[in-house]
Design a protein around this ligand. Structure first.
Ligand code: SF4
Length: 274
């Protein structure tokens, strides 16, 4: 029996290269479910990714896709969107790709409010290159470059996106699939820079280093520690331990998107409409 989402995948590129139990496939499927839910035209939707385990998703997805350079997915996507504003542009990136190598592109994409939907697969580590600590590795957690535990404070990428100017900011996890799909749907509907952090299990690099057990144990950890935003807001501070984190929509606002602002400038100086 054909499932409705199968048409969104390049069947001849399967099987995928992700490790058994990796959560990247869950997030990839949530993206196509959100695309279907929002009724996006497959031929009018572009997927742009950077470099890393999660960024390999663009190769499996049957859209016009760009698998770009490390940290550069957002500038490539900005170019695509400005060249053809009719396209729906979705960016797939990882925590290293987006907040380290691509950190400046990320904050300036938010600042400009470019009309993109950016989904950050947050596995807390550089998986593909051997388990180095990323800017989103929690303090105290181990990585190949932090064998005694990271002393760095991690970025809260949602706070960073909101502070930098993104107009839609949300977080969910690979455990909360329906919720994750809804968060991505909200980002697709927003006209402006939408940022969705998807917490995802990496049993091979992060889980093994930090003795988090099987992929199922890592999903159970998400179930037990993610707190819906409404409950989080009422939670006593002493219960907000370092393991607990909120999920939901943190910001849903409006501001003129970059493409409109740029087109307006062209009109004001007497240029031709593109
Ligand atoms: Fe997934 Fe981690 Fe394996 Fe990469 S290293 S494919 S993120 S489990």
């Amino acid at each position: 029996m054909e499932r409705s989402y199968e048409k969104y995948f390049r069947q001849n590129r399967l099987p995928h290269l992700w490790c058994p139990g990796c959560g990247n496939g869950i997030v990839m499927k949530a993206i196509v479910q959100a695309i279907e839910k929002e009724g996006l035209n497959q031929d009018n939707t572009v997927i742009v990714s950077g470099i890393g385990c999660s960024s390999r998703a663009s190769g499996y997805m049957d859209f016009d896709t760009l698998h770009t350079a490390h940290g550069r997915a957002i500038p490539f996507a900005t170019g695509v969107k400005l060249a053809n504003p009719e396209l729906n542009v979705i960016v797939i990136t990882g925590d290293g790709d987006c907040t380290a190598i691509g950190g400046n592109h990320f904050i300036h994409g938010c600042r400009r409010n470019v009309d993109l939907t950016v989904v950050l697969f947050d596995n807390n580590i550089y998986g593909m290159t051997g388990g180095q600590a990323s800017p989103m590795t929690p303090t105290g957690k181990k990585a190949t470059t932090a064998p005694y535990g990271s002393v760095d404070r991690p970025f809260n990428a949602c706070d960073l996106a909101g502070a930098a100017g993104a107009t839609y900011v949300a977080r969910s996890t690979a455990f909360h699939v329906k919720h994750l799909t809804d968060m991505i749907s909200g980002g697709i509907r927003n006209k402006g820079f939408s940022f969705i952090e998807a917490v995802v299990q990496c049993p091979t690099a992060y889980g093994r280093k930090n003795k988090m057990g099987s992929p199922a144990d890592m999903l159970a950890w998400m179930r037990d520690n993610a707190v819906m935003k409404a409950a989080w807001d009422k939670m006593p501070e002493e219960q907000k331990t370092s393991e607990k984190f909120p999920i939901g929509v943190f910001l849903d606002s409006s501001y003129e998107d970059y493409g409109n602002a740029y087109e307006g400038l062209i009109q004001r100086i007497g240029g031709k409409k593109s």
